[in-house]
Design a protein around this ligand. Structure first.
Ligand code: NAD
Length: 311
Protein backbone atom coordinates (compact mmCIF):
# COMPACT_ATOMS: atom_id res chain seq x y z
CA UNK A 1 0.00 0.00 0.00
CA UNK A 2 1.30 3.42 -0.92
CA UNK A 3 -0.26 5.04 2.17
CA UNK A 4 -1.32 8.07 0.14
CA UNK A 5 -4.44 9.91 1.31
CA UNK A 6 -6.31 12.64 -0.58
CA UNK A 7 -8.08 14.72 2.03
CA UNK A 8 -9.92 16.95 -0.45
CA UNK A 9 -11.66 16.36 -3.77
CA UNK A 10 -9.68 17.43 -6.82
CA UNK A 11 -10.69 18.09 -10.43
CA UNK A 12 -11.68 15.10 -12.60
CA UNK A 13 -8.63 15.11 -14.92
CA UNK A 14 -6.20 15.53 -12.02
CA UNK A 15 -7.95 12.82 -10.00
CA UNK A 16 -7.68 10.43 -12.94
CA UNK A 17 -3.94 11.08 -13.03
CA UNK A 18 -3.69 10.64 -9.25
CA UNK A 19 -5.47 7.25 -9.42
CA UNK A 20 -3.14 6.19 -12.23
CA UNK A 21 -0.01 6.93 -10.18
CA UNK A 22 -1.44 5.83 -6.81
CA UNK A 23 -4.14 3.18 -7.57
CA UNK A 24 -4.78 2.56 -3.86
CA UNK A 25 -5.06 6.24 -2.88
CA UNK A 26 -7.56 6.73 -0.05
CA UNK A 27 -9.90 9.49 -1.23
CA UNK A 28 -12.07 11.84 0.77
CA UNK A 29 -15.25 9.89 0.04
CA UNK A 30 -13.55 6.59 0.88
CA UNK A 31 -15.01 4.60 3.82
CA UNK A 32 -11.51 4.49 5.27
CA UNK A 33 -11.40 8.24 5.28
CA UNK A 34 -12.24 8.62 8.96
CA UNK A 35 -9.28 6.46 9.91
CA UNK A 36 -6.85 8.09 7.47
CA UNK A 37 -4.44 9.22 10.20
CA UNK A 38 -3.54 5.56 10.77
CA UNK A 39 -2.82 4.88 7.11
CA UNK A 40 -1.30 8.03 5.74
CA UNK A 41 2.36 8.25 4.81
CA UNK A 42 1.67 10.98 2.27
CA UNK A 43 -1.20 13.46 2.38
CA UNK A 44 -2.71 15.57 -0.41
CA UNK A 45 -4.64 18.56 0.88
CA UNK A 46 -6.21 21.66 -0.65
CA UNK A 47 -8.54 23.60 1.68
CA UNK A 48 -9.23 21.14 4.54
CA UNK A 49 -7.90 22.17 7.91
CA UNK A 50 -5.02 19.99 9.08
CA UNK A 51 -4.88 20.92 12.75
CA UNK A 52 -2.19 20.17 15.31
CA UNK A 53 -4.43 17.50 16.88
CA UNK A 54 -4.83 15.74 13.54
CA UNK A 55 -1.10 15.89 12.85
CA UNK A 56 -0.28 14.49 16.29
CA UNK A 57 -2.79 11.64 15.82
CA UNK A 58 -1.09 10.40 12.64
CA UNK A 59 1.04 7.30 13.00
CA UNK A 60 3.25 7.21 9.89
CA UNK A 61 2.74 10.54 8.14
CA UNK A 62 5.92 11.84 6.47
CA UNK A 63 4.85 14.14 3.66
CA UNK A 64 2.11 16.69 3.03
CA UNK A 65 1.74 18.17 -0.44
CA UNK A 66 -0.59 21.18 -0.51
CA UNK A 67 -2.62 21.77 -3.69
CA UNK A 68 -1.97 25.50 -4.11
CA UNK A 69 0.05 28.25 -2.49
CA UNK A 70 0.78 28.72 1.21
CA UNK A 71 0.10 26.64 4.32
CA UNK A 72 -2.68 28.77 5.84
CA UNK A 73 -4.80 25.69 6.68
CA UNK A 74 -1.99 23.48 8.03
CA UNK A 75 -0.46 23.58 11.51
CA UNK A 76 3.12 24.08 10.39
CA UNK A 77 4.53 23.97 13.94
CA UNK A 78 2.96 20.57 14.62
CA UNK A 79 4.45 19.30 11.34
CA UNK A 80 7.88 20.53 12.42
CA UNK A 81 7.49 18.77 15.81
CA UNK A 82 6.74 15.48 14.05
CA UNK A 83 9.36 15.96 11.33
CA UNK A 84 6.75 15.97 8.56
CA UNK A 85 7.94 17.45 5.28
CA UNK A 86 5.62 20.08 3.82
CA UNK A 87 5.54 21.07 0.20
CA UNK A 88 3.27 23.46 -1.71
CA UNK A 89 2.93 24.36 -5.36
CA UNK A 90 3.39 28.06 -5.89
CA UNK A 91 3.65 29.43 -9.37
CA UNK A 92 1.26 27.22 -11.30
CA UNK A 93 -1.63 29.62 -10.76
CA UNK A 94 0.52 32.75 -11.11
CA UNK A 95 -0.50 33.64 -14.68
CA UNK A 96 -4.15 33.16 -13.86
CA UNK A 97 -3.92 35.36 -10.74
CA UNK A 98 -2.16 38.06 -12.77
CA UNK A 99 -4.97 37.86 -15.34
CA UNK A 100 -7.49 38.32 -12.56
CA UNK A 101 -5.63 41.38 -11.23
CA UNK A 102 -5.93 42.88 -14.70
CA UNK A 103 -9.58 41.91 -15.07
CA UNK A 104 -10.50 43.44 -11.69
CA UNK A 105 -8.58 46.59 -12.59
CA UNK A 106 -10.48 46.93 -15.87
CA UNK A 107 -13.83 46.20 -14.21
CA UNK A 108 -13.15 48.84 -11.54
CA UNK A 109 -11.93 51.49 -13.96
CA UNK A 110 -14.81 51.00 -16.37
CA UNK A 111 -17.40 50.49 -13.63
CA UNK A 112 -18.49 47.36 -15.49
CA UNK A 113 -20.25 45.58 -12.67
CA UNK A 114 -22.48 48.46 -11.61
CA UNK A 115 -23.34 49.43 -15.18
CA UNK A 116 -24.15 45.77 -15.99
CA UNK A 117 -26.37 45.65 -12.93
CA UNK A 118 -28.20 48.80 -14.00
CA UNK A 119 -28.76 47.50 -17.52
CA UNK A 120 -29.88 44.07 -16.26
CA UNK A 121 -32.30 45.66 -13.80
CA UNK A 122 -33.76 47.76 -16.61
CA UNK A 123 -32.78 50.96 -14.84
CA UNK A 124 -32.82 54.09 -16.91
CA UNK A 125 -29.16 54.90 -17.48
CA UNK A 126 -28.47 58.43 -16.47
CA UNK A 127 -25.45 60.59 -17.15
CA UNK A 128 -24.03 59.63 -13.78
CA UNK A 129 -22.71 56.29 -15.03
CA UNK A 130 -20.48 58.04 -17.53
CA UNK A 131 -18.65 59.97 -14.84
CA UNK A 132 -18.76 57.55 -11.92
CA UNK A 133 -15.02 57.05 -11.70
CA UNK A 134 -12.58 59.59 -12.90
CA UNK A 135 -9.75 57.00 -13.08
CA UNK A 136 -11.46 55.35 -16.01
CA UNK A 137 -8.62 55.64 -18.53
CA UNK A 138 -5.88 53.13 -17.75
CA UNK A 139 -3.48 53.77 -20.61
CA UNK A 140 -0.31 55.47 -19.47
CA UNK A 141 -1.32 55.35 -15.81
CA UNK A 142 0.95 54.43 -12.89
CA UNK A 143 0.58 50.96 -11.41
CA UNK A 144 1.99 50.02 -8.02
CA UNK A 145 3.04 46.42 -7.43
CA UNK A 146 3.32 45.46 -3.76
CA UNK A 147 5.26 42.19 -3.60
CA UNK A 148 7.44 41.55 -6.61
CA UNK A 149 7.42 37.73 -6.63
CA UNK A 150 5.98 35.43 -9.29
CA UNK A 151 2.51 36.99 -9.47
CA UNK A 152 3.74 40.56 -8.95
CA UNK A 153 6.16 40.24 -11.87
CA UNK A 154 3.57 38.78 -14.23
CA UNK A 155 1.02 41.42 -13.25
CA UNK A 156 3.56 44.20 -13.82
CA UNK A 157 4.32 42.84 -17.30
CA UNK A 158 0.61 42.76 -18.08
CA UNK A 159 0.08 46.35 -16.90
CA UNK A 160 2.95 47.41 -19.15
CA UNK A 161 1.75 45.37 -22.12
CA UNK A 162 -1.96 46.14 -21.84
CA UNK A 163 -1.89 49.75 -20.68
CA UNK A 164 1.59 51.01 -21.46
CA UNK A 165 1.69 51.51 -17.70
CA UNK A 166 4.44 52.99 -15.60
CA UNK A 167 5.35 50.56 -12.84
CA UNK A 168 6.33 51.31 -9.26
CA UNK A 169 7.39 48.28 -7.24
CA UNK A 170 7.80 47.69 -3.53
CA UNK A 171 9.51 44.53 -2.31
CA UNK A 172 12.40 44.93 0.15
CA UNK A 173 13.50 41.31 -0.37
CA UNK A 174 14.28 41.54 -4.09
CA UNK A 175 17.82 42.68 -4.88
CA UNK A 176 18.21 45.96 -6.78
CA UNK A 177 20.05 44.09 -9.54
CA UNK A 178 20.22 40.53 -10.76
CA UNK A 179 16.54 39.57 -10.65
CA UNK A 180 13.82 39.21 -13.30
CA UNK A 181 12.94 42.83 -12.49
CA UNK A 182 16.00 43.87 -14.53
CA UNK A 183 13.86 43.13 -17.62
CA UNK A 184 10.73 44.98 -16.43
CA UNK A 185 10.76 48.77 -16.73
CA UNK A 186 9.98 50.04 -13.24
CA UNK A 187 10.92 52.34 -10.42
CA UNK A 188 11.53 51.08 -6.91
CA UNK A 189 9.89 52.59 -3.88
CA UNK A 190 10.85 51.82 -0.32
CA UNK A 191 7.47 51.54 1.36
CA UNK A 192 3.76 51.34 0.62
CA UNK A 193 3.49 54.80 2.19
CA UNK A 194 5.86 56.16 -0.45
CA UNK A 195 3.93 54.36 -3.19
CA UNK A 196 0.42 55.37 -2.10
CA UNK A 197 0.20 58.98 -3.37
CA UNK A 198 1.98 58.15 -6.65
CA UNK A 199 -0.14 55.38 -8.14
CA UNK A 200 -3.45 55.16 -9.98
CA UNK A 201 -3.73 51.45 -9.25
CA UNK A 202 -2.17 49.60 -6.31
CA UNK A 203 -2.08 45.82 -6.78
CA UNK A 204 -1.24 43.57 -3.83
CA UNK A 205 0.89 40.42 -4.30
CA UNK A 206 2.42 39.71 -0.89
CA UNK A 207 1.85 36.60 1.24
CA UNK A 208 0.07 36.99 4.57
CA UNK A 209 2.83 37.33 7.16
CA UNK A 210 3.13 39.27 10.42
CA UNK A 211 4.89 41.98 8.36
CA UNK A 212 2.09 42.19 5.78
CA UNK A 213 -1.00 41.76 7.99
CA UNK A 214 -3.11 44.95 7.92
CA UNK A 215 -0.57 46.56 5.59
CA UNK A 216 -3.38 48.56 3.96
CA UNK A 217 -5.12 50.74 6.54
CA UNK A 218 -7.41 53.76 6.39
CA UNK A 219 -4.40 56.01 7.04
CA UNK A 220 -2.59 54.48 4.06
CA UNK A 221 -5.68 54.71 1.84
CA UNK A 222 -5.98 58.40 2.72
CA UNK A 223 -2.53 58.92 1.20
CA UNK A 224 -3.77 57.58 -2.15
CA UNK A 225 -5.40 59.59 -4.95
CA UNK A 226 -9.18 59.86 -4.68
CA UNK A 227 -9.29 58.39 -8.20
CA UNK A 228 -7.14 55.38 -7.27
CA UNK A 229 -8.06 51.70 -7.46
CA UNK A 230 -6.92 49.06 -4.97
CA UNK A 231 -6.64 45.43 -6.10
CA UNK A 232 -6.31 42.59 -3.60
CA UNK A 233 -5.62 39.21 -5.17
CA UNK A 234 -3.20 38.30 -2.34
CA UNK A 235 -4.73 37.42 1.03
CA UNK A 236 -7.65 38.95 2.93
CA UNK A 237 -5.68 39.90 6.03
CA UNK A 238 -3.24 42.07 4.06
CA UNK A 239 -5.99 44.70 3.92
CA UNK A 240 -7.74 45.91 7.06
CA UNK A 241 -11.16 45.25 5.59
CA UNK A 242 -13.25 47.59 7.73
CA UNK A 243 -10.82 50.40 6.78
CA UNK A 244 -11.25 49.65 3.09
CA UNK A 245 -15.07 49.60 3.34
CA UNK A 246 -14.95 52.94 5.18
CA UNK A 247 -12.60 54.44 2.59
CA UNK A 248 -14.87 53.33 -0.26
CA UNK A 249 -17.98 54.71 1.47
CA UNK A 250 -16.26 58.07 2.07
CA UNK A 251 -14.81 58.28 -1.44
CA UNK A 252 -11.23 58.21 -0.13
CA UNK A 253 -10.34 56.05 -3.15
CA UNK A 254 -12.43 55.40 -6.28
CA UNK A 255 -12.90 51.65 -6.16
CA UNK A 256 -11.47 48.28 -5.17
CA UNK A 257 -11.26 44.85 -6.77
CA UNK A 258 -11.21 42.13 -4.13
CA UNK A 259 -10.57 38.42 -4.69
CA UNK A 260 -9.02 37.66 -1.28
CA UNK A 261 -11.16 38.07 1.84
CA UNK A 262 -10.65 37.68 5.57
CA UNK A 263 -13.73 35.42 5.67
CA UNK A 264 -13.97 33.10 2.70
CA UNK A 265 -16.12 32.61 0.80
CA UNK A 266 -17.59 36.09 1.26
CA UNK A 267 -21.22 35.72 2.36
CA UNK A 268 -24.11 38.09 3.04
CA UNK A 269 -24.23 36.78 6.64
CA UNK A 270 -20.69 38.02 7.30
CA UNK A 271 -20.37 41.05 5.02
CA UNK A 272 -23.99 42.32 4.92
CA UNK A 273 -24.53 45.51 2.93
CA UNK A 274 -20.79 45.83 2.14
CA UNK A 275 -21.56 43.49 -0.77
CA UNK A 276 -23.92 46.13 -2.22
CA UNK A 277 -21.25 48.80 -2.56
CA UNK A 278 -21.07 49.74 -6.22
CA UNK A 279 -17.43 50.77 -5.88
CA UNK A 280 -16.49 47.21 -4.89
CA UNK A 281 -15.82 44.62 -7.60
CA UNK A 282 -15.78 41.16 -6.06
CA UNK A 283 -14.68 37.63 -6.78
CA UNK A 284 -14.57 34.71 -4.32
CA UNK A 285 -10.86 33.75 -4.34
CA UNK A 286 -10.86 32.43 -7.90
CA UNK A 287 -7.32 33.39 -8.90
CA UNK A 288 -6.28 29.77 -9.31
CA UNK A 289 -9.61 28.30 -10.34
CA UNK A 290 -9.42 27.86 -14.15
CA UNK A 291 -9.74 24.18 -15.10
CA UNK A 292 -6.31 24.13 -16.74
CA UNK A 293 -4.72 25.46 -13.56
CA UNK A 294 -6.57 22.96 -11.36
CA UNK A 295 -5.46 20.01 -13.49
CA UNK A 296 -1.86 21.19 -13.80
CA UNK A 297 -1.70 21.77 -10.03
CA UNK A 298 -3.08 18.30 -9.29
CA UNK A 299 -0.62 16.62 -11.68
CA UNK A 300 2.28 18.52 -10.14
CA UNK A 301 1.05 17.61 -6.64
CA UNK A 302 1.02 13.90 -7.55
CA UNK A 303 4.46 14.08 -9.20
CA UNK A 304 5.89 15.80 -6.12
CA UNK A 305 4.51 13.09 -3.85
CA UNK A 306 5.87 10.34 -6.09
CA UNK A 307 9.32 11.93 -5.98
CA UNK A 308 9.17 12.26 -2.19
CA UNK A 309 8.06 8.64 -1.69
CA UNK A 310 10.63 7.32 -4.18
CA UNK A 311 13.31 9.23 -2.28
P1 NAD B 1 6.03 34.88 -4.16
O1 NAD B 1 6.55 34.23 -2.94
O2 NAD B 1 6.63 34.51 -5.47
O3 NAD B 1 6.07 36.46 -4.02
C1 NAD B 1 5.73 37.14 -2.85
C2 NAD B 1 6.64 38.35 -2.77
O4 NAD B 1 6.22 39.13 -1.65
C3 NAD B 1 8.11 37.98 -2.55
O5 NAD B 1 8.91 38.53 -3.58
C4 NAD B 1 8.44 38.61 -1.20
O6 NAD B 1 9.75 39.14 -1.15
C5 NAD B 1 7.41 39.72 -1.11
N1 NAD B 1 7.19 40.16 0.25
C6 NAD B 1 7.16 39.43 1.40
N2 NAD B 1 6.95 40.22 2.46
C7 NAD B 1 6.85 41.49 1.97
C8 NAD B 1 6.65 42.74 2.58
N3 NAD B 1 6.50 42.86 3.91
N4 NAD B 1 6.59 43.83 1.79
C9 NAD B 1 6.73 43.73 0.44
N5 NAD B 1 6.96 42.56 -0.19
C10 NAD B 1 7.01 41.46 0.57
O7 NAD B 1 4.47 34.56 -4.16
P2 NAD B 1 3.47 34.62 -5.41
O8 NAD B 1 3.39 33.27 -6.04
O9 NAD B 1 3.78 35.81 -6.23
O10 NAD B 1 2.10 34.83 -4.63
C11 NAD B 1 1.85 36.03 -3.92
C12 NAD B 1 0.64 35.86 -3.06
O11 NAD B 1 -0.52 35.76 -3.91
C13 NAD B 1 0.60 34.54 -2.29
O12 NAD B 1 1.34 34.56 -1.14
C14 NAD B 1 -0.86 34.39 -2.02
O13 NAD B 1 -1.14 35.10 -0.84
C15 NAD B 1 -1.51 35.06 -3.22
N6 NAD B 1 -2.18 34.12 -4.11
C16 NAD B 1 -3.48 34.35 -4.39
C17 NAD B 1 -4.16 33.52 -5.26
C18 NAD B 1 -5.60 33.81 -5.60
O14 NAD B 1 -6.30 32.90 -6.03
N7 NAD B 1 -6.06 35.03 -5.45
C19 NAD B 1 -3.52 32.41 -5.82
C20 NAD B 1 -2.17 32.21 -5.53
C21 NAD B 1 -1.52 33.06 -4.67
Amino acid sequence: MSGVVALDTFDAEGTKYMRGVFPDVIESDDPLHASWPEHAVGLFVAKSKVTGDIIRSTKRLKYIVRHGTGYDNIDVEACKEKGIILCNLPGISAMSVAELALALTGACAKNLVEVSRQIRAGEKLNKRYKSLYSASLLTGKTFGIVGGGRIGQLTAKKFVGAFDGKILMYDPYIPENGSIWDSIPHLRVHSVEEMAPLVDVMSLHVPLLPSTRDMITFTLLQKMKTTAILINVARGGVVKEEDLWRALKLGVIASAGVDAWVNEPPTREVYGSILDMEKLVMSPHIGGSPAEVQTATCISMVDHMKELLDG
